[in-house]
Design a protein around this ligand. Structure first.
Ligand code: ADP
Length: 259
């Protein structure tokens, strides 16, 4: 059976040699794999019946709306059913996305033109926020990124969707890219509610949502940013966030360029 080792190499200046330390991490690796497999299988199994429940609830809701008498009495019940089954479904969808990124061994990196992807997503996601008027501006000085198309799209969906979610009725989002040394830097800045300084360091943790009271008003699973971070790390990239409470937030990502 397979064994996993972590190898650390330390240069020894005095004797112009190297010290190599091997650490057996097989147990930890196997435990991680079992957890990932379990979450992936479980999410997959739950998602199918949940999708059916969701569809049936929608159908029942439409049928009830046609019958005025029933509608008044049952509407609140169906709204709760609808909201909660949607929440569960998005939770399991996010869990599946997270585990599938964790388990991914190889990326299909290619040079992609990001402008149509990003502008298209901003337009598409707008449909979910019909009452908001958000102005997007773009400046793509690095118009081509070397990334896995599907995973990059997931990063942008999560970040743009968060910008919509955590901006008020009116707001601005700027998305820029530039070349920084051997990397391409992507920045997405909004002038929304921002993130309190004392919570900023936890923002990429699984299930973490800023301040329960404000999060309960906006639907979410607390998994979006940890999916983003995993994807960036799979690309050997880096992500950081800076934010001023009630002023806005900037996410900065570095993707290595093609060598
Ligand atoms: P979700 O949005 O599902 O709660 P995320 O992992 O995407 O989960 O984000 C974690 C938390 O970070 C959110 O609950 C929100 O409080 C905060 N957050 C993320 N993006 C922004 C943003 N652009 N502006 C303000 N807060 C944000």
């Amino acid at each position: 059976f397979k064994k996993y080792f972590e190898i650390k190499v330390f240069p020894l200046k005095t004797i112009q040699n190297y010290l190599c330390v091997m650490h057996d991490v097989t147990e930890r690796k196997l435990a991680d794999q079992m957890r990932e497999d379990f979450v992936a299988n479980f999410s997959h199994e739950v998602r199918t019946p949940l999708t059916i429940l969701n569809g049936q609830t929608q159908t029942l809701k439409i049928l009830l709306e046609k019958n005025k008498e029933f509608d008044a009495e049952y509407k609140p019940i169906f709204e709760k059913l609808d909201n909660n089954s949607r929440r569960l479904l998005s939770l399991f969808n996010d869990l599946l996305r997270l585990t599938s990124v964790e388990k991914r061994k190889d990326l299909f990196k290619e040079e992609i033109h990001i402008e149509p992807i990003i502008e298209g997503l901003a337009e598409e996601l707008k449909i979910n926020y019909p009452l908001k008027s958000i102005r997007f501006t773009y400046d793509f000085r690095a118009p081509i990124l070397y990334v896995d198309y599907n995973l990059f799209e997931q990063v942008m969906i999560n970040l743009i969707d968060n910008a919509y979610k955590y901006l008020g009725a009116l707001g601005n989002v700027s998305i820029t890219t530039s070349i920084v040394g051997e990397n391409s830097m992507l920045e997405i800045t909004d002038d929304g509610m921002g993130i309190p300084e004392d919570q900023l360091h936890r923002i990429f943790e699984r299930f973490f949502r800023v301040d329960a009271s404000r999060s309960s008003e906006v639907a979410g699973t607390g998994l979006g940013l940890s999916i983003v971070k995993h994807i960036v790390q799979k690309h050997d990239g880096k992500i950081k966030v800076s934010s001023k409470f009630s002023k806005g937030t900037t996410f900065t990502i570095l993707f290595p360029n093609k060598k």
